[in-house]
Design a protein around this ligand. Structure first.
Ligand code: G3P
Ligand code: CA
Length: 238
């Protein structure tokens, strides 16, 4: 049964990567969330997609140049009515303790190396006893390998922007239990063969009905979508 992971929370209806988007995803019946993490100047793990705060908040500049106290003053719901801070990963984990959702953490460490990010995230995962509910993903595959070395019991999955030849072989070579491919780059037979080789396949970001249908028909491990309500509706047909 394909799991539904809400991309940046229920971002089709709420401001992305906010507690409202995560809680909205739970309420909608999603199996889990996808979220993005970066580090502040003083080393706090915050949940935000871009390296800069400009697009999603009322602030300007790089996340890495803000202290945690400063970044919490920004509004991550600038188009909405209710002010919402950028969540910390601690805040999300506190809330995850109250439910059973899965959580795919994307380490946004491509542009800046964010030294110590893997250690900090993994330490928190252990502290909150979430090892079996977390999937660590990244476009930075060095980060995936490093995370596996630090915590082999936490599932990892490389993200792919482009097609890759025999992804199950690549995945096994870096000890990842899954792959997160861009959905439009992966053909049906590669999805099937990857899963037959014991590797989970969770394509992103699948929002159109026809694309969702393909994923459910192929019985992918999970789908990463902005709209868990729509995905659930389509899933019911399968
Ligand atoms: O995890 C899948 C997806 O989130 C990767 O792309 O840019 O939305 O973080 P992006
Ligand atoms: Ca992401």
């Amino acid at each position: 049964m394909t799991q539904i992971l809400a991309h940046r929370g229920y971002s089709a209806s709420f401001a992305e990567n906010t507690m409202s988007a995560f809680m909205g995803a739970e309420k909608a019946g999603a199996d889990g969330l996808e979220l993005d993490v970066q580090l502040t100047r003083d080393g706090e793990i915050v949940v935000i997609h871009d390296e800069k705060v400009d697009r999603t908040t009322n602030g300007h500049g790089f996340v890495k140049d803000y202290s945690y106290k400063e970044i919490r003053k920004l509004n991550a719901n600038k188009k909405g009515v209710k002010r919402e801070p950028i969540p910390s990963l601690v805040e999300v984990f506190e809330w995850l303790k109250t439910n059973k959702l899965l959580c795919n953490i994307e380490m946004k460490n491509g542009l800046f190396p964010y030294e110590g990010m893997e250690e900090k995230v993994i330490e928190l995962v252990y502290k909150y006893g979430l090892t079996d509910r977390i999937i660590i993903s990244s476009f930075n595959h060095y980060s995936i390998v490093y995370s596996y070395r630090l915590a082999p019991e936490i599932e990892t999955a490389p993200l792919f922007l482009e097609a890759i030849y025999m992804p199950w072989v690549y995945s096994q070579s870096i000890r990842a239990k899954g792959i997160h491919p861009k959905h439009s780059t992966i053909p049906d037979h590669i999805i099937t063969t990857t899963m037959e080789n014991g590797i989970a396949v969770r394509p992103y970001t699948v929002n159109r009905e026809a694309d969702l249908k393909r994923i459910f028909k192929l019985n992918c491990t999970a789908v990463i979508t902005d709209n868990p309500v729509k995905a659930l509706k389509v899933k019911k047909q399968y």
